[in-house]
Design a protein around this ligand. Structure first.
Ligand code: ADP
Ligand code: MG
Length: 263
């Protein structure tokens, strides 16, 4: 069995901001409803800087909603969420600050089809971070090298394979220098032969010390990369543990049933 990737750079707790001893994400008693339907039930979750978390669970259990609350794509109605020391309250003004802190990679890439790869990557840095174009392009090329497709910079998304498009989406997220990156089933829309190239990029990203939350059913990835695996069902965190304990000795009946269906 392969061992988990070491971080090349451990999260630095001494020199970072004073809030660095706090978990980078804090959720306390978080509940959310869509109309009358309660999608999140009393979620408590603290994520340390640099932690790598895999979230799994049946379809409809609230996994996407949970991570979308972290970057404020969804609003919670009860409980408390703080991200990088910023409280996500109903009068939150600086939503851009959250979006700078938290990158997101979606199942369906969400690239702009009429822009080249390089233009997709530099849009945020130029317009949101106000970087000069040349600087944004130089950084974008570095990230394209990191996801191993620098030669695709001047193509349009439609000219790329699904795996390549997803790697562009990961690079685009990294161009904003987020401290946290959220993945929502990044490989589940891909043809099987493209899953590995995306997981490989995610694995090497895990070595950099960035905080990662990945909704995925790729259990090989969870075993190799995650510090913690969280299982959700019916809007609740039912069980969480290290991958070793989670897979070898699941405690909850619902976890066992889920694992028996996907493994
Ligand atoms: P998962 O990602 O685990 O499949 P989701 O967080 O997407 O689950 O959804 C959880 C539940 O909330 C599902 O029953 C889904 O139909 C419902 N839901 C999700 N988004 C919305 C929405 N925007 N409006 C109403 N219901 C929603
Ligand atoms: Mg989902």
């Amino acid at each position: 069995m392969s061992s988990r990737p070491a971080r090349t750079q451990a999260p630095d707790r001494k020199t970072a901001m004073s809030s660095s001893t706090q978990p980078i994400i804090q959720m306390e008693g978080v509940s959310k409803w869509f109309g009358k339907y309660q999608v999140l039930r009393d979620i408590d979750l603290a994520v340390e800087r640099g932690e790598r978390i895999v979230i799994c669970g049946p379809s409809g259990s609230g996994k996407s909603t949970l991570i979308r609350c972290i970057n404020r794509l969804e609003e919670h109605q009860q409980g408390r969420i703080a991200v990088g020391g910023i409280e996500l309250t109903s009068d939150l003004k600086d939503i851009e600050a959250i979006r700078r802190e938290v990158g997101m990679v979606f199942q369906h890439f969400n690239l702009f089809p009429h822009l080249t790869v390089l233009q997709n990557l530099t849009l945020g840095p130029i317009w949101v971070l106000k970087q000069p174009k040349a600087q944004a392009e130089a950084a974008a090329m570095q990230y394209l090298e990191r996801v191993r497709i620098p030669e695709q910079a001047h193509k349009y998304p439609g000219q790329l394979s699904g795996g390549q498009q997803q790697r562009v989406a990961i690079a685009r997220s990294l161009c904003m220098s987020p401290k946290i990156i959220l993945f929502d089933e990044p490989t589940s829309a891909l043809d099987p032969e493209m899953v590995k190239e995306v997981l490989d990029v995610m694995t090497s990203l895990a070595e950099t010390g960035i905080t990662m939350l990945c909704v995925t059913h790729e259990m090989g990835f969870a075993r190799q990369v995650a510090d913690r695996v969280i299982f959700m069902d019916q809007g609740q965190i039912v069980e969480q543990n290290t991958p070793e304990a989670f897979f070898s000795n699941p405690q909850n009946e619902r976890t066992r049933l889920f694992l028996s269906q996907i493994l």
